[in-house]
Design a protein around this ligand. Structure first.
Ligand code: ADP
Ligand code: MG
Length: 292
């Protein structure tokens, strides 16, 4: 492509809210065959809500919620906001927190009024030496509904299974259909559990799912999707997404996402709308065709 055609192409893109930080990305995008999407905050709103809380026998619902909210009050994860808000909505008094520890990709724990409280993914409970088998059916049901199951432990005992659900953005289904119409494969990369990720993927017609990815595992997920030959575009918004945005053949950041993600990307989508990805690819194909 000539420098002039790239300038015209990137200028046209800017008019529709797609900022090319690197001009080469306009050429590379044309050759992409897989578009990989982060789930939370990219496919979804990134604002989960608490939908379920089932206490284990010997535990009481509001007590568990108050203790868990006390720990989550110190976390910045979107799941934490959902839990704190749910406790506030029920008018619970959230006790003070003493110790706090976050294990990225797993969960959080702390001490509340002398009791140890942990909340997080099933792998976090395993790490803490707890068996979540008692809640296997419940977790499978929640996952099949696209909800994300979490577990709470209090004083070393499994105390509850909790679910949060994050709504899919209104514009996501149309964007995925349009990517398919362009002949592209669509993949999802997420730290969330497999059953939940697969339920969401099924609902959206997503072709490939890489789930239960640890925060530093998204680069490996890109390599896996590249499969030695395919060119992969990755779309993400979070701090966790920055290395994968840099690693992908083309990294596209959601403009409402974190600064680190934006700085690591080749392309910035000014709105949170995934139809910007479709526009960027369509424009790339049109621009490069014109100058051939
Ligand atoms: P994602 O937000 O895409 O699921 P993360 O790597 O941030 O990816 O988290 C992976 C999983 O770890 C979450 O789905 C959740 O199960 C658990 N987790 C992480 N942080 C927290 C937290 N503050 N509270 C509860 N669970 C958490
Ligand atoms: Mg995200």
């Amino acid at each position: 492509a000539t420098p002039t055609s790239i300038m015209v192409g990137t200028g046209r893109a800017a008019e529709i809210g797609v900022l090319f930080r690197k001009g080469e990305a306009l050429q590379t995008l044309r050759d992409v065959s897989v578009v990989a999407l982060d789930k939370t905050g990219t496919l979804t709103e990134g604002r989960p809500e608490l939908t379920d809380l089932t206490p284990a026998s010997g535990f009481e619902r509001d007590e568990v919620l108050a203790l868990v909210a006390a720990v989550e009050a110190k976390s910045e994860h979107p799941i934490a906001d959902a839990i704190v808000l749910a406790a506030e909505k029920r008018g619970l008094r959230v006790p003070a927190l003493q110790g706090f520890e976050a294990t990225p990709g797993y969960g959080v724990s702390g001490t509340v009024g002398g009791r140890t409280v942990a909340v997080g993914a099933d792998r976090y409970m395993k790490k803490l030496g707890l068996d979540v088998a008692a809640f296997a059916d419940e977790a499978a049901r929640l996952g099949s509904e696209g909800k994300s199951p979490l577990y709470a432990a209090i004083d070393g005992k499994l105390a509850a299974v909790i679910a949060v659900a994050d709504p899919i953005k209104d514009t996501t289904p149309e964007a995925i259909r349009a990517l398919h119409d362009l002949g592209l494969k669509v993949a999802m990369i997420t730290g969330d559990n497999r059953a939940t990720a697969e339920a969401v993927a099924r609902q959206l017609g997503i072709d490939e799912v890489v789930a239960e990815v640890l925060p530093d595992g998204k680069v490996d997920a890109i390599h896996h999707l590249r499969d030695g030959r395919r060119k992969v575009a990755f779309v993400g918004d979070g701090i966790n997404d920055a290395p994968a945005l840099a690693e992908a053949d083309v990294g596209l950041a959601i403009g409402t996402g974190t600064d680190v993600a934006i700085e690591s990307a080749d392309v910035v989508l000014m709105s949170g709308d995934l139809r910007g990805v479709v526009n960027a690819i369509a424009l790339s194909k049109a621009t490069i065709k014109n100058i051939k």
